[in-house]
Design a protein around this ligand. Sequence first.
Ligand SMILES: [Zn+2]
Length: 169
Amino acid sequence: MFRLDLSANEEATHWLDTVWLPPARLVEKFGPPREGDFHRITGCFLFLDDAGHVFTVYDYKATTAFWGLGENYPTPEQFWSSQEADEIHIGAKIDSAEEFVKWLFDQCGLEYVPPNVARERAEKQRRDAIVATYASKTERCCPQCGAPCPEYRKTCRSCGFEIGRGNIS
Ligand SMILES: [Zn+2]
């Protein structure tokens, strides 16, 4: 099947798929990831199948390491300790990682969900959390996505739209 090998050689692997997984589940199951470039990638797990094919599992432009300090991205520490599903990239040298991805979900004790379905669920969860946080605090809504956005915030927490502070004229 597949086994973790953080010393595997990931040279010439390329992105194959993006899945939604809680990063903390990967850490719980496999231990801390190998360090990335601390810019685009802050952690990478490497796996080998029986034939020696390497698979990589990593964050990509998902944290403040890439975007700088700001409220819309987690720090690498927050990312890797998050129990909420987030985007995880899968890389390989071969053309399909489907079997590997299903195995990975199984190892994490999760039911495999196709990426498009998982993205919709995660976005709805995220939006529900924003509505729960702000709905009682403001009447102001984002003109782009309709989420509540308090007057003191410059950008919409839900979609990132730059609203500006204060009332919308
Ligand atoms: Zn918005």
